[in-house]
Design a protein around this ligand. Sequence first.
Ligand SMILES: Cc1cc2nc3c(=O)[nH]c(=O)nc-3n(C[C@H](O)[C@H](O)[C@H](O)COP(=O)(O)OP(=O)(O)OC[C@H]3O[C@@H](n4cnc5c(N)ncnc54)[C@H](O)[C@@H]3O)c2cc1C
Length: 402
Amino acid sequence: MERVDPPNLFEPTEEHVMLRKSIREFVRKEVEPQALEYDRSERFNLELFRKLGSLGLLGITVGEEYGGSAMGALAVSIVHEELSASDPGFCLAYLAHALLCANNISVNGSEEQKKKYLPGLSSGELIGAMGMSEPDAGTDVLGMKTTAVKKGKHYTINGRKMWITNGTLDEGQTPCDVLLLYARTTSSKKPTSQISSFIVDKQMEGFSVGQKLLDKTGMRASNTAELCFDDCKVPVDNLVGQEGESVKHMMRNLEIERVGLAAMSIGIARRALEVMITYANERKAFGKELNRFGQIQSYIGESYAEYKAAKCYLYHIASHLDLTQSGSRIDSDGVKLFAAPVAKRIADRAIQVLGGYGYVGEYVVERLWRDAKLLEIGGGTLEAHQKNITKDITRLETLKFL
Ligand SMILES: Cc1cc2nc3c(=O)[nH]c(=O)nc-3n(C[C@H](O)[C@H](O)[C@H](O)COP(=O)(O)OP(=O)(O)OC[C@H]3O[C@@H](n4cnc5c(N)ncnc54)[C@H](O)[C@@H]3O)c2cc1C
């Protein structure tokens, strides 16, 4: 029988091959040279970010009729892996814009909302963010306190959102252009039917930045902000879907978010591994290269195997994920639960292999290590993933995993 080559798991089509090639080139020329500086100064490179629009990446999952590229979860994984291999902070801002905001509107918004917001979000004219977490509600997201009360043609929104990536575009004066906001409405008594979502424009009365959050451990090239809603007036036309149905939107969007965050982990792991191997090949101690020492070999060997396992899990899941459906939470949580600690561990081993050089910014791995920590917290903590997987898996009728 004639042998048929299986499709390449990481780039199954010519389109994916081209995508990886072009983004890698962009990263080499434009992202890498600025990464250290923006991390050090805790600034978001808005000018560079807008260039992702001309590459068709800002509306990566958005339909072509709204200016997007209509690509799926596998393409999303490629872009996040490549950006994050250089600048995870910049990539986190990209994730907040493209997945948390634009994709959410694209999947759940009305025709009018899509026409109004998606072309600007896809080109980079508008910068998006998503507000779910609050000062007192993170993992316990249904405990959110921000309220939206309908009065005539408006909802009046009151509350605070915390930790919002892209929440401000500068040092805290200017909010994002478009915010996908979750808030509590009260037409139902059931907590899961009380969450609604709204599209908030930056010029809407009562919407402001509380503060830009400074001195983060990592992801310093993305802006994180507290956002305030003080009798904020949002037109009823900006309600996404029906009142009370946004837990469904949230769950669906969290799946692609977690796949994106897992892809960021793979990018970090790959870069740290490359740095570690190059250094171990070049640096000599006791008259031989570091790669000849057994303990260094265990760092390299373990890291490679963990990286490859995480990458295969990611691309396998990404090739099956349907952005318009939920139902893949076991694996979207599973892959992030596995990949985030892998990224942190490999970055840690890379620092160890480089010794003192690993501990300074120029050699990149200390930044990757700081950035990797966020992936164990943001978009769901490791403990939240363990909880979700167990909840979903124990409900399965048959335990058939293959
Ligand atoms: C840099 C950064 C960017 C972010 N960007 C955004 C954004 O753009 N939009 C947004 O909405 N949010 C964003 N977040 C918020 C992020 O999603 C939350 O930080 C995360 O969900 C955890 O919530 P928390 O910080 O309130 O911690 P908590 O939920 O209070 O958790 C504290 C600890 O308790 C544990 N815990 C909580 N409940 C349980 C339980 N049932 N069982 C076991 N352990 C439990 C947690 O796992 C954790 O270890 C961002 C956060 C950071 C740091």
